[in-house]
Design a protein around this ligand. Structure first.
Ligand code: MRU
Length: 368
């Protein structure tokens, strides 16, 4: 059940031809504006600048992007490569692009013309979009049942990080879909929203979704999490994932790993919620996950948008650090499986998080 509003992503036939239309997440929460991508380079730019972001919807964007290339009659293999490698960490992006590319190739191999193969590609991308919405519902079901077991009695105070809701998905999302289900059941006392420096996916996007859903929520600076745990105000931590390695290591938005360490110290359940498509059996362990490194100005100047200044003026006037300061800006960090109480997937729960259980969940998904 998604809240009403501008669709997060859609594929449309516009007067100017086929397009992938995105809710521009860079402009939230101030403006709900759509961004029209009529070619693959525009979509790659939207992905890299985080107009569209979050693992599951990146998969949908990758899929629609390949369908767009096919419809526009450009080189599909090249488009799939550009899209799959636009950002390195979220495995869903490559999964979506490659899945739709495979559908296109299969149709072409079967002797279908380019037009018919493009129709097949779009059908595959739409199927991926639909499946993601269904997977959100299953995540919400499994996750809320698990929370009832881990922290019985309701009145939950949940801490989350980054944004994992409707904005990252064809449905209600991953971790935030669980929080929404708990809220609808009347069992959520408060959602603690980590602001998520430097691009503020928590403060800008999760708070926007929490407000729309009518939740009691508070935004905190990332550095305030320790004192929040110490004062006993957190009953559970729920986060998403960008890639889960075969050994159960979880790559997610930078700042997730320190929360897992805090949660362990304070004996609070730390739960990761992600569709099976986020598990990557081809990545053996956490150290094999490529962590995206982003530009220094995101840290030293801050998020884009809203200043009304040119980029150069904006950089100077909004500078948080001396102009020219260097920065360490990894977009993600990796949490080892032993700090994760449970991984909730659309096929069921892994707890403890073992390689064997993750393999079982992946196989269950293939049988579906
Ligand atoms: O850099 P972003 O905003 O794409 O990072 C997103 C996250 O880290 C999310 O937590 C993750 O994709 C899981 S969303 C289901």
């Amino acid at each position: 059940m998604a809240e009403e509003g501008v669709p997060v992503i859609r594929y449309e036939e516009l007067p100017e031809g086929p397009a992938v239309v995105l809710l521009d997440q860079r402009r939230l929460p101030r403006e709900e504006t759509e961004l029209v991508c009529t070619d693959v380079p525009a979509l790659v730019d939207a992905i890299q600048s985080l107009a569209v972001r979050g693992a599951p919807v990146l998969g949908i964007a990758g899929g629609y992007g390949v369908a767009l290339a096919a419809a526009r009659g450009v080189d599909v293999a090249d488009a799939a490569e550009q899209l799959a490698s636009a950002r390195p960490t979220a495995v869903n992006l490559a999964y979506g692009a490659r899945r739709v590319e495979a559908a296109y190739r299969e149709a072409a191999r079967a002797g279908e013309g380019a037009g018919a193969a493009a129709v097949r590609a779009l059908a595959q991308a739409r199927a991926l979009h639909r499946e993601d919405a269904e997977s959100s519902d299953r995540l919400a079901g499994h996750g809320s049942a698990l929370l009832e077991e881990l922290v019985p009695g309701g009145g939950l105070r949940v801490l989350t990080h980054c944004n994992t809701g409707r904005l990252v998905s064809g449905g209600e999302g991953t971790a935030l879909a669980v929080v929404k289900a708990v809220h609808r059941a009347g069992a959520l006392r408060r959602l603690w929203v980590g602001e998520t420096r430097p691009l503020l996916q928590g403060a800008r996007l999760t708070a926007y979704e929490a407000a729309k859903a009518g939740m009691a929520y508070s935004v905190l600076t990332d550095g305030a999490a320790g004192s929040l745990f110490a004062s006993g105000e957190v009953d559970a931590v729920l986060v998403g994932a960008d890639r889960i390695a075969a050994d159960g290591s979880v790559a997610n938005k930078v700042g997730t790993y320190p929360l897992a360490v805090l949660a362990r110290h304070h004996r609070v359940p730390f739960v990761v919620v992600a569709p099976v498509t986020t598990i990557d059996p081809a990545t053996a362990s956490g150290c094999d996950i490529e962590v995206e490194q982003r530009a220094a100005h995101e840290v030293t100047v801050g998020p884009w948008g809203g200043s009304g200044l040119s980029e150069a003026e904006g950089e100077e006037r909004r500078a948080l650090a001396p102009v020219g300061a260097q920065a360490y800006n990894p977009a993600f960090d990796v949490t080892p499986s032993e700090l994760v109480t449970a991984v909730v997937t659309d096929e069921g729960v892994a707890s403890p998080v073992t390689a064997e259980r993750l393999t079982e969940l992946c196989s269950a998904s293939r049988r579906r």
